[in-house]
Ligand binder design. Sequence first.
Ligand code: KG4
Ligand code: ZN
Length: 341
Amino acid sequence: MLVLGIESSCDECAASVVRDGAILTNCIATQVPVHARYGGVVPELASRAHILDVVPVIEAALQQAEVEASQLDAIAVTQGPGLVGSLLVGIEAAKALAYCYDLPLLGMHHIEAHLMAATHAVAAPSEPPSFPFVGLVVSGGHTSLFLAHDLGQYTALGHTLDDAAGEALDKVGKMLGLGYPGGIHIDKLSRDGDPKAFRFPRALPQKDSLDFSFSGLKTSVLHHLQKEATLPSGQALADLCAAVLEAVVDVLVKKTLRAARKHRVRHVVISGGVSANQRLRAHMRERAALDGINVAIPPLPLCTDNAAMVAGLAHAYLVRQAPPKGFAAFDLSARASWPLA
Ligand code: KG4
Ligand code: ZN
């Protein structure tokens, strides 16, 4: 079964071809240069860039997979949540293809696609996850914990009460004068830093809380910087980045493993852009191993926004012949906000 996936919920325009669940291509047209000068995603610019990118990226995904559109069995597209103007570009492209080739059209949930990404491929040394598992979806727009009982059956365990973890890292990056997105620069700089050089606050440490809060960390970094005459550089910058990242990672790891213990599951999945972070991957694995918990993390190209996770999820639903959330024909429309559970 050949499925074409299309993803355009934020600032990445992506297309992927999946054959019987195996990822043949995972093409992404990134918009980082479009938004870099603004230090964050500008929705209007994102949707305009998607209009330019969507057809070439679909063509690239098909060509590299050596697949003709007429051979496809289904089209899957991210229906939400996300930026409405961006979502609409992917959805209209998907509808046009589905109409031309008379194919089923599946509207997929972006957070569910992240949550399930590790079920399509995992980075060594993880084992693939099995249900039930606790999933941490951590990106620029989301920081949420779910209990995944089965495909399409999820319980929300906790969410961020303010900023997403990636958003907080991006804002700290901006304060430090680093490039966009800040999370990636903080990751790189922190590798030479001492995470114990400073201690930033960990929010909501109560044992029963599975919610997150990252706005206090951002404010704390701002106060720290205001005490200095100039922005840090060299080793001081590396130490600051390491300490900020440590504060974020510490909370993400503790709460995810707390959720796993509470619900007595042996598998934990992390996904979303921030799961590309080396410190998060390493700490989650180290601490989970102490409890005999398997940590499944997708390979890097499946952590940040991509269409392989969208096509892979659609394939999983099609195999079970169960229509996914939002299964739709030509009246499918964007859902800017759409809770998963
Ligand atoms: O999943 P994603 O590509 O888009 C959203 O749905 O938000 O995640 C983007 C976020 C950004 O905040 C970016 O700074 C963060 O993921 N990110 C990282 C790393 N790579 C991406 N944060 C920390 N370390 C990384 N290596
Ligand atoms: Zn995402």
